[in-house]
Structure formats: C-alpha cells, structure tokens
Design a protein around this ligand. Sequence first.
Ligand code: NAP
Length: 330
Amino acid sequence: MTYIPAENRYDTMTYRRCGKSGLMLPAISLGLWHNFGNITPFGVQQSLLRTAFDNGITHFDLANNYGPPYGEAERNFGVHMLRDWKPHRDELVISTKAGYDMWKGPYGDHGSRKYLIASLDQSLKRMNLDYVDIFYHHRPDPDTPIEETMGALDQIVRSGKALYVGISNYQPEQAAVAIKTLRKLGTPCLIHQPSYSMFNRWIEGGLTDVLRQEGVGCICFAPLQNGLLTTKYLNGIPADSRAAHDPRYLKPDAITPEKLSKVRALNEIAQQRGQALSQMALAWVLRDQVVTSALIGASRPEQILENVKALDAAPFTQAELDAIDAILAQ
Ligand SMILES: NC(=O)c1ccc[n+]([C@@H]2O[C@H](COP(=O)([O-])OP(=O)(O)OC[C@H]3O[C@@H](n4cnc5c(N)ncnc54)[C@H](OP(=O)(O)O)[C@@H]3O)[C@@H](O)[C@H]2O)c1
C-alpha cells in the first residue's frame, strides 16, 4: 500500500537547532543499529520508520556496519527508500558513518581517505541515495593524521555526497582538534555523536563544554542505555528484549540488583512527574540545550509512540535533578 504520512506529523515534535548551523533536528531521532538487519521482518521495519515519521521524527541514523550482517540495515533502508521515502526525501535527514571494521584488508577500517570515501560510495549504493545529509567518522583513529581524516570529510562535502559532516565517539581533546581542522578546511563540523544516558555521563567531563564553545550540535546515542532505562527489566529479562536476543551490548549479568534498584528509584520520580521512565530518561538527556537530539532505537512502534512524548511533561525542577543525581551517585 502506498504510504501516506500523517497530515499532522509536524504538530507535536520539538525541533532543535544543531549547534550554530542552519539545520534543525527532531528532539527524538531514530537509529537503525538494531532491528533493521536480516533477522527483523521487513514489515516491522516499515512500521517503525512510518510510525517515526508520522510523529515528527525526520532523522534516521545509519552506519555502514549496521545489520546483521554488516551493510544489511543500509540495504534494507534502500528498499524502504524506494517503496516509501523517495517522495519525502527532502523532509528527511539521513546519516551514515564509517570508522569501524567493514571489509577485509587494510582499506576497510579506521580513518584513511581511502576507506571513508570508498565506504560512503558503497553506502549510497546500498541505500539508493545520491547523497546523505550527514556523514560521520564513526570513531577516532589515532594512527591516521587528523588532517587526512578531516580532509576526507571536507572532500566528501565538496563532492556533494554529504551535505554536512560529523564525528562520533571522539574524546573532548580529539573533538576540539577535529573541529578546528575542519573549520580551517572551510567545512564546519555539524555534530558530534557520543553515547550519553543517566547511567553514562562521560560527556559532562569536558565534551559538552567543547561543543557549546565551538557551536557544534550533539546527538546522544543509547539514551535509554540499550533499554535498561525503562521498566522492562524490573521483573526479569523478557524473552523479546535486547538483553535476551542480542546480549552483546546489554549483557544479562550487567542487569544487577544494584542497577535495578536505581531503575526502581528513578521510576518513582518519573511517576511523580507523570511520565514513563523511558520518557524521563530522554527528557533528562535533553535537559541541556547543548544536546540537539536523543537518538533512540526501537523494536516496536509502541516504543516510538511512548518515546516521542518525552518532552510533554514539565521541565525538571532543581529538586528533581538533585534527586536523580543522588540516585545515580549511589
Ligand atoms: N555512534 C555510535 O558508535 C553508536 C553506537 C550505538 C548506537 N548508535 C546509534 O544510536 C541508536 C540508538 O541506540 P540504542 O538502540 O542502543 O538506543 P536506546 O534507545 O538506548 O535503546 C533502544 C532499545 O531500548 C528498548 N526500548 C526503546 N524504547 C523503549 C520503551 N519505550 N520501552 C521499553 N523498551 C524500549 C528497545 O529494545 P528491546 O525492545 O529490543 O529490548 C530498543 O531497541 C542506534 O540505532 C544507532 O543509530 C551509535
């Protein structure tokens, strides 16, 4: 059936300016790391993407190695593109990345010009796209001169294969050098993509200062800590959860009684605020405007419907923020 997006899709989502750029991103974005490979039915993937867009999520985030197997999420997205998204291409911000191991041999990993440009060419073919909106270097490469890696990003923008570029997983000092190098080349760094959640606060130790100062946007991945910052694990590990079916990133033994007691205490605060815990966890990463967007994953459309309401509740009071800090510090 031809997809007709919801007429009111822009009515409820908040859009935030990405650093000092002209680009606005939805406060909640959807990532295709999980649930878009060859183990998820095509219809489920389609309903995730359609539900997201119908609710104002205009940004889909991919990488060359999302699957399984590597490349499969982009390949599947390419089919969704042809079926649903071509007429709406100009309403979408689509990103991809390269930086982790992708193909065999010395040219399919890290940060060389050779790898980044070849990888983006492959990604564009898989996704049936002429260009991506954002292309990222996925992780820092200490062995390649930063001028080469950033030079490749600059070349990619100048060649029209990406509109903007970003970096991911760079530490504050590395980010500062990369941002300055790009600026010298004449291509601003649009955005940084770090991990960030109530259980993972590393970006507060310098990175957000760099991004604020440089006017670079920030999209936080895994804001729900792979699903741990929801109520789903409070009564055991559900068979259809990430911890049960793909425990590489959320190992069952990481769901400790101590973690769960924090989740319970956080959930009480969420309830007092009239929110689901997932919604409070997302509102919390978005509490500072330096964060442009919270980049979620979802295995079913209902999760997206819950998560897009994250900013519906009142802003945090100082007392609530202090109470959350106290729980997290235990
Ligand atoms: N740059 C990088 O290095 C990097 C690394 C990792 C991720 N990312 C990006 O970040 C995106 C998000 O990462 P993530 O999937 O780990 O994020 P996440 O939002 O922390 O976790 C998503 C998972 O939590 C569960 N969930 C989501 N909403 C829920 C709700 N309302 N109630 C209960 N469970 C819920 C679902 O898992 P189940 O239902 O399956 O349990 C879902 O797949 C990725 O797709 C990718 O685009 C980037």
